[in-house]
Design a protein around this ligand. Structure first.
Ligand code: SF4
Length: 363
């Protein structure tokens, strides 16, 4: 199937895929690759326009807002090539131990005041085992839950035992962030200290514990269009409820510091393809959007995004929350999410497949 057909063929093919998705059907991998391979500007704009209709059909005009708080910074044992917090690289990024209750309380208050639905507690370490740190993590989750201000989310790396996931659930955790980061094929290009399968296993433990999954990845690391397509299908298979799309922000001192930026239109095309593949999910644009999209940031919603990471990322700055809220309102969308929870249908329908690490791409 070619993405360079002429005389309206592309337009008709696009419409046919879109109408199928709008009526509850799915596209397969070959069809999705045809979307990823569209090259003409007018075809990509057409693709975005259909992605926008799919977002409207399944997500309405509500934009789900999330923010994160860095609960333990720097000195991570892992070697993720995009990450400012890895101990393998000299990046000048902050380093501190596990967060006290007070700064967490402040972060929750600020987020609630900005109409943010959920705050994710993110830690720069390989993962979570039973022991005193897990006890502290559970205490913080209970603190967030009892405040009633925001939904407590967490992104705490790899989990190696079902009991750990069960403890998080008992403490009140509703959603865990664990990005797949990239396709299985590309994974070893950015991390060799843990594997794609360890990530999938973590997701299985979390799902078994009844915790919803926030999982996406980072684009712009040098991966191919096929890699992006495979990532989206893996995310469909694991049944991620929220799918963060980060765009690489090359951090000085990391192996990816000189990776050339993606074209803004290709970023929007990727978001639109994700919307076709994951029509009912919260597709959340997260790290790297200000740097990479510049004046086209508001077009992420036209391309099918239904959620936005607001506030600063883990080690890089974002534009102000006020500016993001204004951008959403200017697009005629509603940032005042009132559902608090993800739809159950999103969670139960996902017995297809899984998600990742903590700070991925939000660095
Ligand atoms: S992405 Fe997460 S696991 Fe990887 S180096 Fe950064 S903090 Fe560690």
């Amino acid at each position: 199937m070619s993405g360079t057909a002429v005389d309206g063929t592309v337009r008709h093919q696009l419409e046919s895929f879109a109408q199928r998705v709008l009526s509850g059907g799915q596209i397969d991998r070959d069809e999705a690759m045809w979307l990823f391979n569209l090259e003409k500007r007018e075809d990509i704009i057409d693709l975005m326009s259909w992605a926008n209709r799919i977002r409207e059909r399944f997500k309405g005009n509500k934009i789900h807002l999330c923010s994160i708080v860095n609960a333990k910074a720097g000195n991570c044992s892992e070697n993720c090539s995009f990450c400012a917090q890895s101990s393998f690289y000299q990046t000048g990024s902050p380093k501190y131990g596990f967060i006290d209750p007070e700064p967490l309380e402040t972060a929750m208050e600020e987020s609630a005041g900005n109409q943010v639905t959920a705050v994710g507690m993110v830690a720069a370490w390989k993962g979570l085992n039973e022991g005193p740190i897990l006890d502290e993590v559970c205490d913080r989750i209970r603190q967030m839950k009892e405040s009633g201000k925001v939904r407590p989310d967490a992104s705490l790396g790899i989990i190696k035992k079902q009991e750990v996931a069960d403890r998080l659930k008992q403490a009140g955790l509703e959603c865990y962030g664990h990005n797949l980061e990239s396709s299985r094929r590309f994974f070893a290009n950015h991390c060799t200290t843990h594997t794609f399968d360890e990530r999938l296993q973590t997701i299985e433990y979390l799902k078994k514990a009844g915790i919803k999954i926030c999982s996406g990845g980072i684009i712009g690391m040098g991966e191919t269009r096929e890699d992006r397509c495979d990532l989206a299908f893996d995310l469909r298979a694991i049944g991620a409820s929220v799918v963060p799309v980060n765009i690489l922000n090359p951090i000085k001192g990391t192996p990816f510091e000189s990776v050339p930026p993606m074209e803004p239109l290709t970023i929007l095309q990727t978001i639109a393809c994700f919307r076709f593949i994951l029509p009912r999910k919260e597709i959340m644009v997260a790290g790297g959007r200000t740097l990479n999209l510049r004046d086209l940031q508001s077009q992420i919603f036209t391309a099918g995004a239904s959620a936005l990471m607001v506030g600063n990322y883990l080690t890089t700055l974002n534009q102000s929350v006020e500016k993001d809220l204004q951008m959403i309102k200017d697009m005629g969308l509603d940032p005042s999410w009132d559902g608090h929870d993800f739809s159950e249908s999103d969670f139960t329908e996902q017995s297809q497949c899984g998600s990742t690490c903590d700070c991925s791409g939000t660095v």
